[in-house]
Design a binder for this molecule. Structure first.
Ligand code: FAD
Length: 570
């Protein structure tokens, strides 16, 4: 079933049109109008997960706050696994991004005297979350998409699914993608490629993430020989709404919301007496899970839950600051937060890990860059602070665009070997679409999510992780026997789901292998059998390299500039 491929050529190809991808495209276009830039996205750009960001974007804008304070909060939040040189760079660049978005028309919420408003957020010791009501990502995305449309040298390929990147002699040469409308696979030649494909929280069942968050770019990079870093660190958000998992922004607690157990108690006083509900996410999620495990959850038709109580904020403030939250709580949980508490539980929310990239967003492959949630530049370490991700996407999206542009201006195109293309066509059209096996995508996918949710959740144990690894490897074997019912060409969503499942199985395996090896508890990674942080042996980043037998792990040191690790208390 091998099809003929057409060749498309662009100086820079950006995969992903979320905040990171769009910001990268603008930065590259601003660097030179001679560059020919393509943005490829499997969904229409403004349907990228970034539009779901609610709470805000962190940046130092006011007197009383400082770069050092933002950096310290981030480093402490990371449980000292962040590289401090990168964090110092990040906090200095973030305010520039808020201002540039302001100039491009982002409707930031305002104070009474007309300044950009900022609200408190978990783990930040100053109110530094800039926001646009509780639809921050939505407004940022529309601002960026509008701006990107002003450049004549950015071309969008919407609803194209990238299947692989092509690397020759450790230099990027291009990528393969399926145009979903026609089902045809085509090859893009590029001098530089930027991966900006977002996170992979959809390896879990109960998650705040869109169905599209399947980590495709991470898996493609991994298969092409680029290591994945710190993949054991998955963030669980304390307030996933029951039963859908839809996010209730941390901004709800930032505005003063309480977390209450079955005894009507604000239990956070036992876990983080100073910061209470505004402690970092790893600590609040563990506290909620402990309350539920010890029988103090509130019984409900979907299992025990915790109550997020906003009633004392009053209708006016809820309508002004949290209108989306009120709307989704009424529509999807049948609860009006003005009158009743919202049922919540921790939900898989973010990946601190991702494609190994440095402060300039460079990966070990020349011409290949990574930005946004799919990348790991070591800003968030073992636990990200709320509102630091959209800032990260803006800051490192811009860096990636500039760096890729410089690279593309001084390097040429590479030849793409025909046998690589033929192999990719065989994988997609013969081995997956053409397979006549009897396994089904939804069944294997649900099984993967069940394993990850039962054994690789907030509290982990060595024997459970061992079992999970075995079970995921069995699923990988079963996947070889897959059958996609729809053999058609136009918008074959069955094929897309199978390709995504194949990617997530690799990522689940890397996550478990990395978690099993790390015999300590740090940030979001909690091992019941190794409950303490172990700086002597584990103050280091995990790198996972692809091999046929499964990931091979290596380690690299953490960069400490000003803040030696201390006990982490809130
Ligand atoms: C509900 C929710 C609320 C959040 N709220 C906040 C917040 O308030 N503040 C904050 O800082 N962070 C927040 N986050 C986190 C933050 O929104 C994300 O980390 C960030 O938006 C990721 O952006 P991105 O540009 O990396 O990727 P995404 O926005 O996820 O975009 C990924 C892009 O890659 C494309 N893509 C993926 N795979 C392929 C493929 N195979 N082929 C072609 N294209 C592909 C997609 O089409 C898409 O365009 C939130 C996250 C969620 C889920």
């Amino acid at each position: 079933m091998v099809k003929l491929m057409e060749k498309l050529t662009h100086d820079i190809v950006i995969v992903g049109a979320g905040i990171a991808g769009l910001r990268a495209a603008i930065a590259a276009a601003e660097t030179s109008s001679n560059l020919d830039i393509a943005v490829v996205s499997k969904v229409y750009p403004v349907r990228s997960h970034s539009v779901c960001a609610q709470g805000g974007t962190a940046a130092v804008l006011r007197e009383g706050d400082s770069y050092d304070l933002h950096a310290w909060d981030t480093v402490k939040g990371s449980d000292f696994l962040a590289d401090q040189d990168v964090v110092e760079f990040f906090v200095r660049k973030a305010p520039e991004e808020i201002i540039v978005l302001e100039h491009w028309g982002c409707p930031w919420s305002r104070t009474d005297d007309g300044k950009i408003n900022q609200r408190p957020f978990g783990g930040h010791s100053f109110p530094r979350a800039c926001f646009a009501a509780d639809m921050t990502g939505f407004h940022e995305m529309h601002t960026l998409y509008g701006k990107a449309g002003e450049y004549g040298n950015i071309k969008f390929y919407d609803e194209w699914f990238v299947t692989s990147i092509i690397v020759e002699n450790n230099i990027v040469a291009g990528l393969t993608a399926i145009e979903l409308r026609t089902g045809r696979m085509q090859v893009f030649r590029a001098k530089a490629v930027i991966m900006a494909t977002g996170g992979y929280a959809r390896i879990y069942e109960f998650t705040t993430f869109s169905h599209t968050a399947t980590g495709d770019g991470m898996a493609m990079a991994y298969r092409a020989g680029v290591p994945l870093k710190d993949m054991e660190f998955i963030q669980f958000h304390p307030t996933g709404m029951v039963p859908s998992g839809i996010l209730i922004t941390g901004g709800a607690r930032g505005e003063g919301g309480y977390l209450i157990n079955a005894k009507g108690e604000r239990f956070m006083k036992h876990y983080a007496p100073e910061k209470m509900e505004l402690a970092p996410r790893d600590i609040v999620s563990r506290a909620e899970t402990t309350e539920i495990m010890e029988g103090r959850g509130i019984d409900g038709p979907y299992g025990a839950y915790i109550a997020l109580d906003l009633r004392h904020l009053g209708e006016e403030k809820i309508n002004e600051r949290l209108p989306l939250i009120r709307d989704v709580a009424i529509k999807l949980s049948g609860v009006d937060p003005v009158k009743e508490p919202i049922p919540i539980r921790p939900a898989a929310h973010y990946s601190m890990g991702g494609i190994h990239a440095n402060i300039k967003t460079e990966t070990p492959v020349a011409g290949f860059y990574a930005a946004g949630e799919c990348a790991c530049h070591n800003v968030h370490g073992a636990n990200r602070l709320g509102t630091n991700s959209t800032s990260d996407c803006l800051v490192f999206g811009a860096v990636a665009g500039e760096e890729a542009a410089k690279y593309a201006l001084s390097n040429g195109f590479r030849e793409i070997p025909q046998e690589k293309l033929a192999a990719e066509e065989r994988r997609v059209f013969d081995e997956i679409l053409g397979s006549e096996g009897d396994e089904r995508v939804p069944i294997i996918r649900n099984e993967m999510r069940r394993i990850m949710s039962q054994r690789v959740w907030i509290f982990r144990k060595g024997d459970e992780l061992q079992n999970a690894l075995k079970e995921i490897r069995t699923l990988k074997e079963r996947f070889k026997n897959i059958r996609v019912e729809d053999k058609g060409e136009a918008f074959n969503t069955g094929l897309v789901a199978a390709l995504q499942l194949d990617f997530t199985l690799d990522l689940a395996e890397v996550t478990i292998a990395s978690a099993l090896a790390r015999t300590e508890s740090r940030g979001a990674h909690t091992r019941l059998d190794y409950p303490k942080r172990d700086d002597e042996n584990w103050l280091k980043h995990t790198l996972a390299y692809y091999t046929k037998e499964g990931p091979r792990l290596e380690y690299i040191p953490v960069t400490i500039t000003k803040w030696p690790p201390t006990a982490r208390k809130y």
